[in-house]
Design a protein around this ligand. Structure first.
Ligand code: GLN
Length: 289
């Protein structure tokens, strides 16, 4: 009888095969190797270290099938994070799946701004709207030890992930989750800090998004025809939910700074500041009630 191992490759050969398919997609070879490593580790159920030290071993049939499937999904531009099921954000590990937006580095800027403020407030009450995976809410609960956090999302499926993330990071006792449409999900309550990374892609931008970004939920990306729909809701509603010294922090699209500033001015917010990201793009707007 033929040795079963003839049908399955060694870890090394599996990596080489994966890289040969990932490299032509425009990845540099380092990225292709990294991605193939991560997908092989996931399929073979091995940590990075374990994987590196057992690359001469042969895969089992099930791991090989699963790895082939991951590579083919990646070739079809499924985001890597959905395949490996996680993303690091603020040095914490977040579970992600196609029900939630993949947390972005830019959003860490928003969290850092909120932390600077929150650390000076005694027992800060925080509201995170459009919480998605819970990236912002969980990070704030984690790094603001005596905070109380409320997190809202219209998607029950996203909230399931956010709850898992709160639990995995040990802050589930500090966060209350609400399913609903922005402020309508809550009874009036005063918050020291409101954060929101709303969907802010306009209709024209949406059609031009790269294929992999379009695999993220439309609900988490599309911000109405001009992309500003949620800033209008925040402008109209947030002051009723802020304490006198309360602060609203929003992530914005890089071309939206002036328009979001105008919306906030029209709604009576003060001290409006636009913070740039490391590419020099307008990225965060903060303002006071
Ligand atoms: N709050 C989540 C994040 O920042 C999700 C945002 C969204 O879905 N628009 O990643």
């Amino acid at each position: 009888m033929q040795n079963k191992k003839v049908d399955v490759p060694s870890g090394k050969d599996a990596l080489r095969w994966g890289v040969s398919l990932l490299e032509p997609l425009g990845n540099d070879s380092q990225t292709a190797w990294l991605e193939a490593n991560l997908l092989l580790g996931k399929a073979w159920n091995k940590s990075r270290i374990k994987l590196l030290t057992t690359l001469d071993d042969y895969l089992e049939t099930a791991s090989w099938e699963s790895y082939k499937n991951y590579i083919m999904c990646r070739v079809a531009q499924e985001p890597l994070q959905y395949l490996i099921g996680e993303q690091i954000f603020m040095s914490l590990c977040f579970k992600v799946n196609p029900d939630v937006l993949i947390p972005r580095g830019e959003t860490e800027l928003l969290v850092n701004e909120a932390l600077k403020l929150g650390l000076d407030i005694k027992q800060p009450k925080v509201l995170d709207l459009c919480t998605g995976s819970g990236a912002i809410a969980v990070s704030l609960a984690y790094y603001l030890p005596d905070s109380e956090v409320f997190a809202v999302d219209i998607s029950a499926k996203a909230l399931e992930i956010a709850r898992i993330n709160a639990q995995a990071n040990g802050v589930d006792n500090k966060i209350e989750f609400f399913c609903g449409d922005m402020f309508l999900a809550l009874e009036t309550k005063q918050f020291d800090i409101i954060t929101c990374n709303p969907p802010y892609i306009s209709a024209t931008e949406y059609v031009e998004l790269p294929v992999d970004v379009k695999k993220e939920p439309r609900l988490a990306l599309y911000g109405g025809k001009d992309g500003l729909q949620f800033y209008r809701i925040l402008g109209a509603g947030a002051r009723d939910f802020l304490t006198e010294q309360g602060i609203l922090l929003m992530e914005i699209g890089y071309k939206q700074g002036e328009e979001v500033k105008r919306i906030m001015e029209e709604n009576g917010f003060g001290n409006i500041q636009i913070i740039r990201d490391w590419n020099g793009h307008d990225r965060i707007v903060t303002c006071t009630a």
